[in-house]
Design a protein around this ligand. Sequence first.
Ligand code: HEC
Ligand code: HEC
Ligand code: HEC
Length: 341
Amino acid sequence: MSELRNLPLSAALLTLTWLAAVPSSAQDDPWEGTPQKAFLDSEIVRKYQCVTCHTIADQGGTVGPILNLVGLRREKDWLDRWLADPNAIKPGTKMPKFPFAPGERETTVGYLADMKRRLRTAEILAGDQEQTAKGRALFVDYDCYACHRIGDEGRFVGPDLTWVGLRKTERWERIWLSDPPGFKPDTFMPNFHIPQEGVAALAAYLHTLQGQDNDAGRQWEYRISMFINTNDVFRGEMVWKRYGCWACHGENGKGGIRNPNAAPGHEFVPDMSGVRDKYDKEAFLAKITSGSEVPAADPQAVPQPYRCPAYPREAFNQQDVDDLYAYVASLAPPKLRWIIK
Ligand code: HEC
Ligand code: HEC
Ligand code: HEC
């Protein structure tokens, strides 16, 4: 196991999935005869090993989105452009540009476009459940888990949503879900063309996510950490994702996230590079449990600027704080003590 210890999180998770993979017998395979299974068994997947990073039917890695229902959210034309050159659509993506032989790209697009099912949107919305229960059903129906995590379920391609209700307003969610690329043109989140009633139900559901599943996520991290890497910075990156710091401060605390309608001088949510030197661990904890905001450019306009949420103090145990601080401190440029002396 020792060679696993220094891998970055995504690579380590990938290796784990392989170790845990259990071949299923053909008789009781619920995927038998489905388009997902056809793709899994195809020459393309065998040749290019898409399952290293993607879950297809019940097999594969956790680095990329779950592909089982990809046909619901991507048009053929988009899939073709993506396979031709992933980096042109998402600079820096881990998905390689494959050297497809003539015809193979078209074949792959054909498989992917078939991987969908009939949406139950109308039935769900017509039901007599609570609004939030409808939202939760829609979340499953659109397969939002393919990219997002809540507690210990889902993937890390988009921000973890365990705490999304604390950091974003319901009103902002409605704007976002109506048309993500309309709000942020370079986003990887597709437009699902959800009817307005569905958007409202999803937003209401997302707003209920205020950390109820925090402990499930934390227990999962402990298991991963014990198995792969007990280093505090490694654990801290998972903690960073679980609380959704990524959603505002950038995936690796690198910043670059535009703060909508924030006053001049605050256009971007700060990166984390100066935090180690500005805050000791106590001041850091005080900062994220007290909440703070930046002035608005137009106080009447919607959406409001993002604010650093006041996470409840009891949401963090000591290990969370230690690991999160270690991770954030690791993002600062190295200290040159020997020069200062
Ligand atoms: C080394 C890892 C890796 C491999 C191998 C890989 N992908 Fe990906 N793929 C990704 C990642 C990561 C993303 C999401 C984009 C991002 O976050 O950078 C992605 C995204 C996608 C998407 C868009 C999914 C969506 O939900 O919108 C499709 C389609 C896709 N990959 C198909 C494939 C196919 C087909 C293969 C094999 C021929 C393959 N990928 C192999 C990492 C990989
Ligand atoms: C193909 C991957 C993908 C799928 C599928 C997807 N999302 Fe996203 N989502 C993202 C990414 C990436 C972001 C980050 C936005 C950005 O900065 O570009 C995001 C952002 C979000 C946010 C804002 C997150 C925050 O932390 O504040 C919400 C809310 C959200 N998505 C909800 C949903 C819902 C609901 C669905 C299903 C209808 C869904 N997403 C499906 C990739 C995806
Ligand atoms: C909804 C968006 C949002 C989320 C989520 C968020 N922050 Fe913030 N954060 C901000 C904004 C905006 C500021 C700038 C306002 C300020 O400095 O008071 C900020 C400021 C900070 C600062 C001070 C930075 C500096 O250079 O002085 C720290 C430290 C910080 N956040 C840490 C975190 C951590 C850790 C998390 C996750 C537990 C987190 N934030 C989650 C929006 C967010």
